[in-house]
Design a protein around this ligand. Structure first.
Ligand SMILES: [Zn+2]
Ligand SMILES: [Zn+2]
Length: 354
């Protein structure tokens, strides 16, 4: 099968084409796993963190990609404990399933047993700890694949699996009520979905968007942001919560200054880049932290986050703005993401939808 392989790590500035198109064997599903024929795979900022070594894959080469939509074309029938896994769908009615960042969790630890499988010490990530969806086929545990609601096309569904699901989790952690004010710093795939979701769930909430590029700010206004300004610009009011989706530190310091007393900053980033780390020296206790301001990070997603959000998205309906690239142009899509040529979400087209 065709796959885009990551063979060595390094900054994109030194190697702007880190993935190589290769012909590799179709994976064999293990016990309890199903084989997917991939239709589309979303492109996520986390792929840049993997390529540049901030969250390095444990083995190379690896196939990236954790917002995968495809159809089930094979399975092993039974899991390791001998339980039968969901039957193959009737082949006359092809239906899509999705795979998200959570590839597996142990199911036994204190976190897994209390609805926090995202914090499991044995958490395995799709497209980092195991091969992902930048390929024609991938294998996944049946218990970690989600039916895609019929209201969504595969390309619309892909960005919901990470950008959307983690945005949904971030919004839950931000804990805002209708009528309170929300800030979004960074306005990529996740930010734009959170804005759409808030407009639906909390119609009286005013959303202020902080973004570096004027295109992103314009896009935010189009989608109903009450205000959009540059990262360090002063919004018209202080905010009850801010969700940060940037790879940098400066927006964190700026955001803390824009919070009301007792308000919360939710940092939705798996890693931060080092370039502007010195911005943290500008942290001033009374201005940025005192008055019971809180900082909370978001880590991974649970299966519940993903399935709840998919259902919600189909019901609203909430559809992401999607830009498609052929699989072979994955390097270009990643470069565009790195250089913030963003409007909505990027998706790789691997095969046509059935
Ligand atoms: Zn992601
Ligand atoms: Zn666990």
């Amino acid at each position: 099968m065709k796959a885009m392989l990551l063979e060595r790590l390094g900054p994109l500035s030194e190697n702007p084409a880190p993935l190589r198109l290769a012909d590799v064997p179709v994976p064999t599903p293990g016990p309890g796993e199903v084989l997917l024929k991939v239709s589309v795979c979303g492109v996520c900022h986390t792929e840049l963190d993997e390529i540049e070594g901030r969250t390095p894959p444990p083995r190379l080469p690896v196939i990236l990609g954790h917002q995968v939509v495809g159809t089930i074309v094979g399975c092993r029938g039974h899991d390791a404990a001998g339980r039968s896994i969901p039957r193959l769908p009737d082949s006359s009615v092809p239906s899509s399933v999705g795979v998200a960042w959570i590839f597996s969790a142990c199911g036994r630890c204190e976190y897994c047993r209390t609805g926090r499988e995202n914090l499991c010490p044995d958490f395995r990530a799709t497209g980092r700890d195991t091969d992902g969806g930048y390929a024609e086929y991938m294998a996944v545990p049946a218990a970690f694949a989600y039916p895609i609601p019929a209201a969504l096309t595969d390309a619309e569904a892909a960005p919901l699996l990470c950008a959307g699901a983690i945005g949904y989790r971030s919004l839950r952690l931000a804990d805002i009520r209708d009528g309170q004010t929300l800030g979004l710093t960074g306005f990529g795939a996740s930010g734009h979905l959170v804005l759409k979701l808030v407009r639906h769930r909390c119609p009286k909430t005013r959303v202020c968007v902080f973004a570096r590029s004027s295109e992103e700010r314009e896009f935010a206004r189009e989608l109903g942001a009450a205000w959009a300004g540059d990262t360090e610009e002063e919004p018209p009011e202080l905010l009850d919560a801010i969700i940060d989706t940037t790879p940098a530190w400066k927006p964190i310091v700026a955001a803390l200054e824009r919070l009301k007393p007792g308000a919360r900053l939710v940092v939705n980033a798996i890693r931060k880049e080092d370039a502007d780390r010195s911005a943290l020296l500008g942290l001033d206790y009374p201005r940025h932290l005192w008055l019971e301001k809180e900082v909370k990070t978001v880590a991974n997603v649970t299966r519940q986050d993903v399935s709840e959000f998919l259902e919600l998205a189909a019901e609203i309906p909430l559809k992401p703005e999607v830009q498609e690239y052929p699989l072979e142009q994955a390097n270009q899509a990643l470069l565009d993401l790195k250089q913030r040529r963003i409007r909505g979400a990027k998706v790789l087209r691997v095969s046509n939808e059935t």
